[in-house]
Design a protein around this ligand. Structure first.
Ligand SMILES: NC(=O)C1=CN([C@@H]2O[C@H](COP(=O)(O)OP(=O)(O)OC[C@H]3O[C@@H](n4cnc5c(N)ncnc54)[C@H](OP(=O)(O)O)[C@@H]3O)[C@@H](O)[C@H]2O)C=CC1
Ligand SMILES: O=C(O)C1=N[C@H](C(=O)O)C[C@H](O)C1
Length: 245
């Protein structure tokens, strides 16, 4: 094993995102994939030879790792944070639908380890958040609505991205938008933020057409987060600060 490279754990490996991560981790020679975890631990065709796939019940037995990339479900949250703490590892998580208590627990964990949670790991949404903040500040009296569409398998609503865009609206104008959620077909993820005033409407839209963008964004975050000190890190700041996307 090459100990100079941050050792990567993929958590939620059997899911839509987990399988994309397993496939795309090979694009990041800066990282060394050492293990994958899913609920069942059943073998995965996407896992490279020699990389064990463990069931979550055996999470305590995973080999040492430096950074975990997690796309799973809220019920998997506590054991994963505990495992990262035990290993002294960084956590990159894109799991949505976390409870307010679980989000607070991320703050607490970040006193001991680097933590980056983001509802959306696409470059476009990182920029959209900035634009929504600006538009909301400029249009405080207009109606604000967020419409999100996702595939039928998605469990949480509104989406994490919709809620994070809503937080930008609230930051810009002091009031929350209204939300609408559609679950249809195999839509990867679409978010429309609409400001409506008398006689006109401003629409800001992001459409994801390939979930590989989220996997690549999370792996980029893992590369940038590994080796940093404890703290809460923001995907947009980490990504856009360098001016390189
Ligand atoms: N932030 C972002 O950019 C994005 C976030 N997401 C979010 O990522 C999450 C995963 O999405 P997706 O891949 O589509 O979901 P899937 O349902 O396809 O995958 C979920 C994964 O979590 C595992 N899992 C479920 N329950 C547990 C548990 N109790 N303990 C351990 N592992 C568990 C599943 O294992 P098993 O198969 O064995 O049940 C599976 O590997 C969602 O919250 C989604 O909203 C998705 C895309 C982008
Ligand atoms: O579950 C998904 O698929 C997605 N979830 C994230 C969310 O809840 O915002 C991000 C993306 O839209 C895909």
């Amino acid at each position: 094993m090459d100990q100079a490279k941050p050792r990567l754990l993929i958590h939620g490996a059997s899911g839509r995102m987990g399988r994309a991560l397993l496939r795309l981790a090979a694009e990041r020679p800066e990282l060394q994939l050492v293990a994958a975890v899913s609920r069942s631990g059943e073998p995965l065709a996407e896992a490279p030879d020699g990389v064990p796939v463990l069931p979550v019940a055996r999470l305590a037995e995973v080999p040492d790792f430096d950074v975990a990339v997690d796309f799973s479900l809220p019920e998997a949250f506590e054991p994963l944070v505990a495992a990262c703490r035990a290993k002294g590892a960084a956590l990159v998580s894109g799991t949505t639908g976390l409870s307010p208590g679980q989000l607070e627990a991320l703050d607490e964990a970040s006193e001991l380890m680097p933590v980056l949670w983001s509802a959306n790991f696409s470059v476009g949404v990182a920029v959209l958040r900035v634009l929504v903040h600006q538009a909301a500040a400029a249009l405080p009296a207009w109606d604000a609505d967020i419409v999100e569409s996702h595939h039928v398998h998605k469990k949480d609503a509104p989406s994490g991205t919709a809620l994070s865009l809503g937080a930008m609206v609230a930051l810009g104008r002091g009031s929350q938008p209204h939300y609408a959620s559609l679950r249809c077909g195999d839509v990867v993820g679409e978010h429309l933020v609409q400001f409506a005033g008398p006689g006109e409407r401003l629409e800001l839209v992001h459409r994801a057409t390939d979930r590989d963008i989220f996997a690549r964004g999370a792996l980029e975050a893992a590369v940038r987060l590994a080796g940093k000190g404890p703290g809460r890190y923001d995907f947009g700041e980490l990504l856009l600060a360098s001016g390189r996307t």
